[in-house]
Every structure is written in structure tokens, then in C-alpha cells.
Design a protein around this ligand. Structure first.
Ligand SMILES: [Zn+2]
Length: 436
């Protein structure tokens, strides 16, 4: 699992450190907790419990879109998805090493019919068992197994709030089972996937960190294994051409990792994405594949998360964009604004055309106030489409982009086609030509 426990930190991979004074850009970032409630994205209820946020409809759309994006990116990169349960027997985590190295971050076991089951603190053990359930030839490697699934962490209630300190986590996780010769290349491809996703999401890493073990007994033994894995990850970072710093004492208990760090609106840094090379768990689970000579060989596990937890990714998106999400992620992409009741049927037809093209659109008619008030209310919506008597008569629309640009009035069908085209790019731009 990508989020690792660091000795002396309050939570795995989530140690908040004010690394430097705030830049102007950062001070304009929004607190995701405040904005998330204002925008109706998520909330919490004491009866559900601290650190257990729920997602409101607009937040659920944002999350769904993000999850669709990552699954599609993984499919294209040769990953295959699985589902595995969020519970496992205590014994499973004893084998993986979590029980010995990580149990203070785990929920207490539940007694069930003479057995003890635990809410899982990571997906690696489940994926190792899925790998082990079938025989594998070297020809099947690298085998890339991905899951967007739940995991749990027993955060103390005092530090919970918003989407960044949560007890129930939806993790974008994957494990690549490969030969040792393939591991660096797979880790590099995972890092490229991370960098591509950040460009699409409009978020930037604050820095890259090569997280190494520190002093103390938190780490699985075998110094040679650590040295080999750390050298491979350093090679990956050099190959990607990204500057990085070393972080002693920040490794996972089973191996070193590349951490992609992001900063929040208060300048606090946290790990969003990770890439790890692990020799430990394949050995603990007795994993093997059949080599070209027919002999059993031990695979390496590359653990990687492209966007980290969905919760933290959405928190970062809210903070970075202040609610004005890239068009492809916006909960509502198009709002149709009839000037008067007379154009309402025309606005509804326009919305229907947008929905048919897969866009998220809704009408906002005069019952919601003056045109100016409705435009202000829709200021975070990427495309505001005004339809007056002239436009209705000619099947035209007057487009207002969120950034203030106003392209010339367009035939309705062309407006829908061009909006859908820009949204399909999953990029930062709002329009495909000159406007204004
Ligand atoms: Zn893992």
C-alpha cells in the first residue's frame, strides 16, 4: 500500500510539515473543508462519526468522474481491475507484516465465529493472495493488478476534519507483479502515469521525495533488499528527469518509495501519489512464477498509486481550483439561461442536446431570479449559455465562458459539439478558438 507509516509521525504518509513560507498563489488557495461545504460537495455528521465524510450529489459526480478517469488511464496502460473485500483475517496481516509493523494504525480486530477479522489497512495482502491463487508463467509478467477500493486507518478523533484526515479511505491502488529486471521500467511508467494525471487535473507536485528507512525497528530486515530497491527508484527518478530529495525515515515498512508531495492552502505538505519497489511481501506470501527454464522464481511487487486516495485528491482539487474545476471535472459543465419564460423550452432543448453528448448540463430559468443573479450563481460553471428571443428564433446560443470570454453567438448544435470536444480533451483549456 502506498501510504506508509513514518516513525514519529502522527499518521502514515500524512505528516503535516510547514515546509516554507506561503507564496502568493498558495495564499489564494481555498480551505477545502469550508469550500466543500459551501459548494455542496461533502459533509460530515457526528452520528456517522468523525473522519467519515459523506459525499453529496455534486461531490459524488466529481468523485465518479475522477474514478472513471483513473480506471480508463489504467486500462490504457495495461492494468486489469479486480475487487477484493475490505476485511481480512488477522492472520493475513501477520503474514504481510502489517500486524508487526503497522498495527497501531489499524482498527482493532472484530471477533467473528472464533476468528478475528480486521478492516484492512492496505490492499497489498489481498492482491498478493489473488496473484497466488493462479499459476503464472514469466510470459504473463508484468501482471498489473489495479483496484479502487476501501481501506481503513484508526486516526485519532482529535486530528480529523475534511477529506484529508479520514478513517475510511478510497484508494487508487495497484500492484505490478514482475521480474526484477522489469521493476524499474514499470516504476518509471507508473511515475509517467502520475505526471500525466496531474496535468489533466491541473495540480502540481510541491516536490518529489525518495523515502528511505530510518533508525529503529519499524522496518523489515534485509539491508541488501533495501539497497537494491532504493537504487532502482533513484534510477527511475533520474530517468524521469525530476529533481528530488531524500527522506530518511519516510519509507514503508516493507520497502523504499517515491513520494509525490503536494501542498495545501496552508502550505502543509502531504503525500498524494507513491511508487514503491517491494521484495519483502512477495517473499512473505511465497509468490512465484515459472521462468523460461521451468524453475520457480520470485516476482517483485511494484506498489503504486496515481492519485492517492480519492478523498485527498478531491481535497487538493478543491484547494487548487477554488471550486472552478477543469471543465471535464466540473459537477455541472453547462448551465442554460433563458432570458425569459418564453425561451425556457429552447433552453430545455439545449440541455437535452448536451446530455445526449454526455455533458452535465442543467437549465436555470427566471424562477431562480434575474439573469444577472443566475449568471453570478453559475460563476463556477465552465459554460454559461444565454438564450434570448433572438437566439431562440435562430436556434443560436450566446456563450459565456467561466473566464469571462464571450465567443460570437453560435448555432446551438455547433456550441454543443465544440463544448463536448474541449471536455473530451480532459485538459485545462476552456475553449478551442478565439473568443471575446
Ligand atoms: Zn501495496
Amino acid at each position: 500500500m502506498p501510504l506508509s507509516r513514518s516513525p514519529g509521525s502522527s499518521a502514515p504518509g500524512l505528516r503535516h510539515v510547514v515546509t516554507r513560507s506561503l507564496s502568493t498563489e498558495e495564499t489564494t488557495m481555498a480551505d477545502h473543508r469550508k469550500l466543500g461545504r459551501e459548494l455542496g460537495l461533502f459533509d460530515t455528521d457526528p452520528l456517522m462519526g468523525a473522519g467519515l465524510p459523506y459525499w453529496l450529489p455534486e461531490g459524488a459526480v466529481l468523485r465518479h468522474t475522477l474514478e472513471e478517469y483513473i480506471r480508463e488511464a489504467e486500462r490504457q496502460a495495461g492494468y486489469r481491475h479486480v475487487y477484493s473485500p475490505v476485511l481480512g483475517k488477522r492472520e493475513l496481516y501477520e503474514i504481510s507484516g502489517h500486524w508487526a509493523h503497522y498495527s497501531e494504525d489499524m482498527f482493532p480486530p472484530m471477533e467473528l465465529g472464533g476468528e478475528e477479522v480486521v478492516l484492512r489497512p492496505s490492499m497489498c495482502p489481498h492482491h498478493a493472495l489473488i496473484y497466488r491463487s493462479r499459476a503464472h508463467s514469466y510470459r504473463e509478467l508484468p501482471l498489473r493488478m489495479a483496484e479502487l477500493g476501501g481501506m481503513y486507518r484508526s486516526e485519532l478523533s482529535g486530528v480529523l476534519g475534511g477529506l484529508t484526515r479520514v478513517r475510511a479511505i478510497q484508494l487508487n491502488d495497484a500492484h505490478i507483479f514482475c521480474t526484477e529486471e522489469q521493476a524499474a521500467e514499470e516504476a518509471l511508467a507508473a511515475l509517467e502515469l502520475i505526471r500525466r494525471a496531474y496535468r489533466a487535473l491541473g495540480i502540481a507536485p510541491s516536490r518529489y521525495r525518495l523515502s528511505l528507512p530510518g533508525e529503529g525497528g519499524k522496518y523489515a530486515a534485509r539491508p541488501g533488499m533495501w539497497r537494491r530497491a532504493a537504487a532502482m527508484l533513484a534510477e527511475v527518478l533520474d530517468g524521469a528527469g525530476v529533481p528530488y530529495e531524500k527522506g530518511e525515515g519516510e519509507a514503508a515498512f516493507y520497502g523504499p518509495k517515491i513520494d509525490v508531495q503536494v501542498a495545501d492552502s496552508a502550505g502543509r505538505e502531504a503525500t498524494l501519489s507513491t511508487v514503491q519497489i517491494d521484495f519483502h511481501q512477495p517473499e512473505r506470501f511465497g509468490l512465484h512464477y515459472i521462468g523460461p527454464d521451468g524453475a520457480k522464481r520470485r516476482p517483485v511487487m511494484v506498489h503504486r498509486s496515481v492519485i492517492g486516495s480519492v478523498e485527498r485528491a478531491v481535497a487538493q482539487l478543491i484547494e487548487v481550483h477554488g471550486g472552478a474545476f477543469p471543465a471535464w471535472l466540473a459537477p455541472v459543465q453547462v448551465v442554460a439561461l433563458p432570458v425569459s419564460d418564453a425561451e425556457l423550452p429552447c433552453a430545455e432543448r439545449f440541455v437535452r442536446r448536451c446530455l445526449d453528448q454526455g455533458l452535465r448540463a442543467e437549465p436555470a430559468g427566471p424562477e431562480r431570479g434575474s439573469l444577472g443573479a443566475r449568471i453570478r450563481a453559475a460563476r463556477l460553471v465552465p459554460y454559461q449559455v444565454v438564450i434570448g428571443a433572438r437566439e431562440a428564433a435562430g436556434d443560436l446560443v450566446a456563450l459565456r465562458l467561466r473566464d469571462g470570454r464571450r465567443p460570437a453567438a453560435l448555432p446551438a448544435a455547433e456550441a454543443v459539439r465544440r463544448i463536448a470536444g474541449v471536455v473530451a480533451e480532459r485538459g485545462a483549456r476552456l475553449w478551442d478558438g478565439e473568443a471575446g
